[in-house]
Design a protein around this ligand. Structure first.
Ligand code: SF4
Length: 423
């Protein structure tokens, strides 16, 4: 039997998909992560935007085109939100939402049908995915209690819940044998450990890496509230911490932040950035910004734009607002206009700041983790500890899954051209 697993959306979906693959592989099943002819497909869906849901549904047709007789198992946020929009298709064998996902592996092994739309209360321990060879994601938390007014995730993935601390430690130890870098991930990573008894926290997980000095680590995304001098002081003491802070801002306008139910002001957010730069002067600080939130007037957008400028981000992921039925924000009057122009203006700023960030680091040395895949132009490439995408001259002799000391030469493509210093 051959099973193809397609994970759409976030790294948590990807991790869960790889967990199911591990169980199948352990039972002699051949697995692939590509859309290619197979007997069975596992489709992990996403509901973060309307477009993501449309894309998830669209995959059913793509699958049926290449393997008309295949059995399809669907799970994730979009099938949690709208199970019937998947169940109606012939060949769909199971529709699960965000709960009991690991059951899918057993259903496939027994060639059984099934459905589940219950959201988990407790953290569902996944099968530990196959060890990766360069960069591995480790899921340690699920769900969210924040209820940002534009977001459906808390309704689809349930309350924040953390993975058992010892289970996290065991997976880190496993990756320390094969990988050079791991990324801790979750839906609201910053709330890790608050629900555990005894309580724990994200910084306690970070301290585990002291025991594995050869394994560098980073966080996938953080909320501003977790950034404190104590948090940064401890990270500063961990040589294998990668100083890349993806700090989700969403808007730089105080009025919009309030309407989004985000619990900080633009001034407080900028203070957090200042604090990070005090401890990590070369850190990359990246963020997410929603443009066109219903109550965002032209003045509000300008305020948000100016905050982005002051923050001087290394990169901004820009999202046009997506109206999600069932969220509080749908009740607001829509005052947002010229969304396309706003996105264009912010994109221009983002690109200027991204180039300036690399230029500022010209001549500085970093640790480049070389990835297996060459660039489209055949250049060896990878990421530094502060997550700059770097390219070496074509033909440079380096071995993937190794960290090389490099020096930044200049901005290049979506990152920087670098030269080898020494291994
Ligand atoms: S923090 Fe806000 S945006 Fe993020 S998953 Fe939770 S509710 Fe959604």
């Amino acid at each position: 039997m051959k099973v193809s697993l397609i994970a759409l959306g976030c790294k948590v979906n990807q991790y869960e998909s790889e967990s199911i693959a591990k169980k199948l592989k352990d039972n002699g099943v051949s697995v692939s992560f590509n859309l290619e002819p197979s007997d069975v497909f596992v489709l992990s869906t996403c509901a973060v935007t309307n477009e993501a849901e449309r894309k998830s549904r669209g995959y059913i047709a793509k699958i049926k085109k290449i393997s008309p007789k295949a059995k399809i198992y669907v799970l994730g946020c979009s099938s949690q939100n709208n199970p019937s929009s998947f169940a109606k298709f012939e060949g769909v064998y199971a529709v699960y939402g965000t709960g009991k996902k690991m059951d899918i592996a057993d259903l496939i092994l027994k060639s059984k049908k099934g459905s589940n739309n219950k959201i988990d209360i407790n953290y569902e321990d996944n099968f530990t995915p196959l060890p990766s060879h360069t960069r591995a994601y480790i899921k340690i938390q699920d769900g969210c209690n924040n209820f940002c007014s534009y977001c459906l995730i808390p309704y689809l993935r349930g309350r924040s819940r953390s993975r058992n601390f010892e289970s996290v430690k065991a997976e880190i130890a496993m990756h320390a044998k094969t990988s050079k870098e791991v990324i801790l991930t979750g839906i609201d990573l910053s709330s890790y450990g608050l629900d555990l008894s005894p309580k724990s926290s994200l910084i306690e997980v970070a301290k585990i890496f002291k025991e594995f000095p050869c394994l560098r680590f980073r966080f996938s995304s953080l909320e501003a509230g977790i950034i404190t001098p104590e948090f940064l002081e401890i990270l500063k003491g961990l040589d294998n911490f990668c100083p890349h802070f993806h700090l989700s801002m969403q808007s730089g306008c105080d009025k919009t932040l309030k309407d989004m139910n985000r619990h900080y002001t633009s001034a407080e957010f900028l203070e957090k950035i200042k604090l990070i730069r005090k401890f990590f002067p070369n850190a990359a600080i990246t963020t997410d910004v929603i443009v066109g939130f219903p109550t965002e007037t032209e003045e509000d957008f300008e305020a948000s734009y100016q905050t982005c400028k002051k923050a001087n981000f290394a990169f901004i992921h820009i999202f046009p607002y997506s109206k999600r039925s069932g969220t509080v924000a749908t009740k607001f009057p829509n005052l947002a206009t010229n969304v396309k122009e706003r996105v264009g203006k912010l994109t221009k700023l983002r690109d200027e700041m991204a180039t300036a960030f690399v230029k500022k680091l010209k001549g500085k040395a970093f640790g480049l983790l070389v990835e297996a895949k060459l660039s489209a132009d055949g250049e060896p490439c990878g990421h530094t500890e502060n997550f700059i995408k770097c390219y070496l001259k074509k033909g440079t002799k380096v071995v993937p899954n190794n960290i090389y000391k490099v020096k930044i030469i200049e901005p290049y493509k979506d990152g920087a051209m670098v030269s080898l210093e020494e291994k």
